[in-house]
Design a protein around this ligand. Sequence first.
Ligand SMILES: C[S@@+](CC[C@H](N)C(=O)[O-])C[C@H]1O[C@@H](n2cnc3c(N)ncnc32)[C@H](O)[C@@H]1O
Length: 312
Amino acid sequence: MSCSMRLNRVATRCWRNWPNGCGARCIESRMDWDLHALEAQIGALSHDRSLREPRELGRRIDALERLECWMLRADLMADASLAQRAEVLTAELEAINRHVYQTLRNDIRQGDGARVLHEWHATLRRIGDDEGYDALDELIGGVLQLGEPQDEAELEDEMVFYQPTPARHILDFIQRVPLNNRDVVIDLGSGLGHVTMLTAICTQARCVGVELQRSYVETATRSVHALGLRNAQFIAEDVRQARLSDGTVFYLYTPVTGAMLRTVLDRLKCEAQSRAIRVCTLGPCTTVVARESWLRADGEADHKRVALFQSR
Ligand SMILES: C[S@@+](CC[C@H](N)C(=O)[O-])C[C@H]1O[C@@H](n2cnc3c(N)ncnc32)[C@H](O)[C@@H]1O
């Protein structure tokens, strides 16, 4: 799965940088087919009834990616009738997807989100490399309806810009860390809130996102209210000052680096003196966290998934 412009539609800056980004497939599309072949491809998609079945979300997302790439072609857009067919098909498939997302939003409001999300996770299971985003992120983007992030405050050096944890890593984290209603999961640098919200949907834990960018916090809070998630909340604060005393599980997708990360880890170490805590990491901060003598790794180190640590 690759086309950065389609998936999830928030934080577009990072999606343009996907390792297997849209560019490669678009070029491939241009090279592979002349206009007649493209017409046949669009015709085949238009006549494929099974593509309209709700459960075929993965295939629809793939078809929409291809259509989006094809519609970047000047020769296709110059053919008014073919361009219109591509646009109509795109609108039709997007409408079916919106219906799927709306159904899942209703499931979440009724407290059945965890089961349905895990089913979709199994259905959309990706095959191949572990980098980047996939159809599950498109689904989650459609369900959370976070929109485009607003203008951001200037980040200082050592503060890492927004990039969401890929959804399959969040669900993997939720499956591997036992969480109950006595747990408080704090996502340090929560961005638009994917980790906080998915954890709140799938578990009984209280989930808190701490994020410097006030506009992200406002967007995430609107989504929490719309989905009726009573166990999720967002706080606009610097992770170096945020209250940590409630937390039992701390999640870090490398929000800060260098001396700022040191400050955060020292604060977590202080918390660990009064109670057992878990620290879960993704990205470059994992290497730094793995060197902390007050933590022990929970399982094999695997940099392709969320790393789990427990205080000693
Ligand atoms: C890599 S993103 C992770 C987003 C989210 N945790 C996720 O996994 O989807 C890092 C986030 O940390 C935020 N951030 C950076 N420095 C911060 C600080 N000092 N205090 C709070 N948030 C910060 C950024 O604005 C950004 O949203």
